[in-house]
Design a protein around this ligand. Structure first.
Ligand SMILES: NC(=O)c1ccc[n+]([C@@H]2O[C@H](COP(=O)([O-])OP(=O)(O)OC[C@H]3O[C@@H](n4cnc5c(N)ncnc54)[C@H](OP(=O)(O)O)[C@@H]3O)[C@@H](O)[C@H]2O)c1
Length: 307
């Protein structure tokens, strides 16, 4: 794999001035996963401020009810709640059925549900947890809602990704890490690499539909990510890393820009560092691997290979 200076552009982009938009989203419908915390919550707040009605896909009803109450009290919008745990593909299918039946047209889908785990864990579906929650479930929800998103005059899908894709770790012969020593950063990198590849494939498949799909890194932020891990990791996160992290409102602004900016209406298959378009690592741009990742992902989420 050949690396260039462009592969280090993220260092400069991390400090770049961000784009924003005055465009409103009044009456538009945005479906968000992961909106009970961090990046997704910041996105939900900003979208509600911009006038969008929301569907919050959450695993924790109590937390989702609190977000709904906060947003409906602050803005003249509606926030619906659909319950799904992304570590269960059947939950994601159920959520898609519920949302698809209730809302024929969806303007924006944002998948922010995600995690980082220092330990190897398997889901009830038999997948490595990080790979399933971060990549497979976001892809499944997207695929099952595509018909509804295509009904919007300009449907957009935004997958919250990460500069962590740079850690690599994707091995199609060992997606569940049963053959290798589990290394959390590499497993996280594998999930985010697979997601970038799926975004790039899907963008090509959607060319004629007007639906766009992009990936974004939301910044290095003070959120709840990693809190599911052990005491040592949490102490390092709060005691050391916390000082270098930013407030998640910047990710809310960026998500809003990607969801609303008229100048992005035809932009698809791209990776953004917040609002700055960036080239992912070369390993995430390997087209031969990308085709295999797409086929394997569809197999794992139980969807047919033909589009
Ligand atoms: N924070 C950063 O610096 C950073 C950097 C790069 C990328 N990201 C990405 O940003 C996204 C959001 O992370 P965050 O930083 O906002 O973390 P966070 O504060 O922990 O929020 C994660 C969200 O995902 C939900 N979630 C986790 N596991 C789930 C599951 N099994 N089923 C359904 N929902 C689930 C959480 O629900 P609960 O509220 O119920 O826990 C929460 O709403 C992730 O994809 C992450 O990889 C974050």
């Amino acid at each position: 794999m050949k690396y260039t200076m462009e592969d280090l552009a993220f260092l400069k982009n991390n400090r770049a001035k961000q784009h924003n938009t005055d465009a409103r989203m009044d009456g538009k419908l945005c479906v968000l996963s992961g909106a009970t915390s961090g990046v997704g919550l910041a996105g939900a707040r900003r979208l509600a401020q911009g006038g969008a009605n929301l569907v919050l896909v959450a695993r924790n009803r109590e937390k989702a009810e609190a977000v709904k109450a906060e947003l409906e009290a602050a803005y003249p919008i509606t926030a619906d709640i659909v319950i799904a745990d992304f570590s269960r593909l059947s939950d994601v299918r159920g959520a898609a059925k519920e949302i698809g039946g209730k809302y024929p047209g969806i303007d924006v889908l944002i998948n922010s549900a995600g995690l980082y785990s220092t330990r190897r864990k398997l889901t009830p579906d038999g997948n490595e947890l990080c790979f399933q929650v971060n990549h497979l479930s976001s892809l499944l929800l997207t695929m099952l809602l595509l018909k509804n998103i295509a009904k919007s005059p300009q449907g957009r899908v935004i997958q919250v990704n990460s500069e962590g894709h740079r850690f690599g770790g994707l091995n199609l012969n060992d997606l569940d890490w049963s053959l290798r020593f589990y290394f959390g950063l590499r497993a996280y990198g594998a999930s985010k690499t697979a997601q970038i590849m799926a975004v790039r494939t899907l963008a090509l498949l959607l060319t004629e539909t007007g639906v766009t799909v992009n990936a974004m890194h939301p910044g290095a932020l003070r959120t709840n990510i990693g809190r599911n891990n052990g005491l040592l990791y949490r102490a390092w996160l709060r005691g050391v890393m916390w000082h270098f992290l930013k407030d998640p409102t910047i990710s809310g602004e960026a998500l809003y820009y990607l969801a609303a900016a008229p100048e992005l209406k035809a932009t698809s298959g791209k990776y953004f560092n917040l609002t700055i378009e960036e080239k992912p690592m070369p390993h995430a741009l390997d087209e031969a691997v990308q085709a295999r990742v797409w086929a394997k992902s569809l197999e794992l989420i139980g969807l047919p290979q033909a589009f």
